[in-house]
Design a protein around this ligand. Structure first.
Ligand code: PLP
Length: 470
């Protein structure tokens, strides 16, 4: 396979970056294949290693890829874990850092409000909501902790969540219940992931809602199985229940959105939940240590701040005048945790949204889906692999989870790393190996991963001729 085309990504009429590129061959130009070792040694030889910097698409995405400073010695298929910053984000962080280092006090005093609000406005624009409906945080975990802690629950009320949700939702809801005397109920979302379908998922969740359910806590895209929940369909069904309830009893829909955020083409309106919480340092490739809480039409009125806000004028002036501030906050400025920040990161968040919007949300979602489908289709054809993530696009996003016969997930990830592929394993009770294609990957990288996985054999079958299932 040879790529000779110069890829230029036209972004709003301009091109990202200026680098001209002529791409030579991909995996066929790698070093010579390593000779298989004797049977007792490593079970399968590493496949020929390409120069990963040259595993190009030969299309517009190569310009996007060139914005990253990824090492070319490995294939990065775990962008979901922690972001590498693309060039415009790196440049902004460096710029703000230099200015802060030169004169931290004056630069902060003169620019913080403007730059912080620009990041809030960028997040709001991305989700098609008003800036006052966004609060900046430092991670998904912080956002979930603040929301569940801030909900004014009462004994007799409950949070409904699922057995498949991540540790952060589990723990944040558990702590909220302990503090308030409310209950938490966890239901299984499915018995067999191979059988999941949107209507059954919606029915399972909605059917479990009781009169005392005040909060529904779900995850958009599961980091164990890669399952994407039909958030909008759940929200629509919930709206029918809420229409029959007094406002104080309505079910608030809180979503850990981190693994759909910035790889799906969605807005708060299209999702329909009340709170969407995400880190911006994963699929958005935003500054590390940034995140958001976004709200729907109800805004922030159902939550109290946990950490004193530095951006709530009413709270400051009440304190200065020795008065009580209003009990209810209405905006992200009131909810947002105060304290001094890694300001250069918080301010550079606006650049990450701009980067995504220049490429286009829909294009990013299509690219992610197409790479994930290529990976899932290939994995489904490998006899010693069990694909966990549903293949249907409506039930999956960018996370592709699977098991390899004869390997624990951690051993499989280690083996992939030996073959220069960065996989990950989420710390669930029932873990799986994950590869998570993103806008920074290419079809050739997916093919390299598939070829490698096909050649990996469980240790006990190491001496068998290749091509046979272990
Ligand atoms: C579903 C889910 N929620 C939350 C988190 C934690 O995200 P953060 O590092 O932004 O706190 C993770 C971990 O990656 C996750 O998989």
């Amino acid at each position: 396979m040879r790529f000779t085309r110069r890829g230029v990504l036209a972004i709003g009429g301009a091109a990202i970056g200026a680098g001209a590129a002529t791409f030579a061959a991909t995996r066929d130009t790698g070093p010579e294949p390593v000779e298989p070792k004797p049977a007792a040694a490593a079970p399968s030889p590493p496949p020929p290693r390409p120069d990963f910097s040259k595993l190009a698409s030969g299309d517009d995405w190569d310009e996007v890829r060139r914005q990253f400073a990824f090492s070319s010695e490995v294939v990065h298929l775990s962008a979901l874990l922690i972001a590498s910053h693309p060039a415009p984000v790196r440049a902004r962080i460096e710029e703000y850092r230099a200015r802060l280092d030169a004169d931290p006090v004056q630069y902060l005093q003169e620019n913080n409000d403007r730059l912080r609000d620009a990041s809030m406005a960028a997040a709001a624009k991305y989700l098609a909501i008003e800036p006052k409906h966004v609060a900046l945080t430092e991670s998904t975990t912080m956002g979930l902790g603040l929301v569940y802690h801030g909900l004014q629950l009462k004994p007799g009320q409950e949070i409904l969540t699922t057995e498949q949700d991540y540790y952060v939702t589990y723990e944040a809801t558990r702590l909220a219940a302990r503090r308030t005397g409310a209950g938490v109920r966890r239901i299984p979302l499915f018995e067999d992931i191979d059988e999941v379908a949107e209507p059954a998922l919606v029915e399972r969740v909605i059917g479990a809602i009781k009169p005392e359910t005040r909060v529904l806590a779900l995850t958009w895209v599961h980091s164990s199985s890669g399952l994407k929940m039909p958030i909008r369909k759940v929200a629509d069904a919930l709206a029918e229940i809420n229409a029959r309830r007094a406002e104080a009893d309505q079910v608030l829909f809180v979503v850990d959105g981190v693994h759909g955020f910035a790889n799906q083409d969605a807005t708060m309106e299209s999702l329909g939940c009340d709170f969407l919480i995400a880190g911006c340092h994963k699929w958005l490739f935003g500054p590390r240590g940034t995140g958001i809480v976004a709200t729907g039409k109800r805004g922030f009125r159902d939550v109290m701040p946990t950490i004193p806000s530095f951006t709530d004028g009413a709270a400051w002036s009440a304190w200065q005048k020795g008065k009580e501030p209003p009990d209810s906050i209405q905006t992200g400025w009131g909810f947002m945790p105060g304290g001094f920040k890694a300001f250069e990161h918080q301010w550079a968040l606006a650049e990450a949204f701009a980067f995504h919007e220049r490429i286009g949300k829909a294009k990013i979602a299509e690219r992610t889906a197409s790479l994930a489908s290529r990976l899932k289709d290939g994995l489904a054809d490998i006899a010693h692999v069990r694909l966990v993530t549903p293949r249907a696009p409506e039930l999956s996003a960018g996370i592709v989870s699977f098991d390899i016969d004869g390997f624990t997930p951690n051993a499989a990830a280690k083996r992939l790393r030996e073959h220069a592929i960065v996989a990950s394993v989420a710390p669930y009770a029932r873990p799986h190996v994950r590869l998570t294609p993103s806008l920074a990957n290419t079809p050739a990288e997916i093919d390299y991963a598939l070829q490698t996985i096909a050649e990996i054999r469980p240790p006990q079958t190491a001496t068998r001729p290749s091509g046979k299932k272990g």
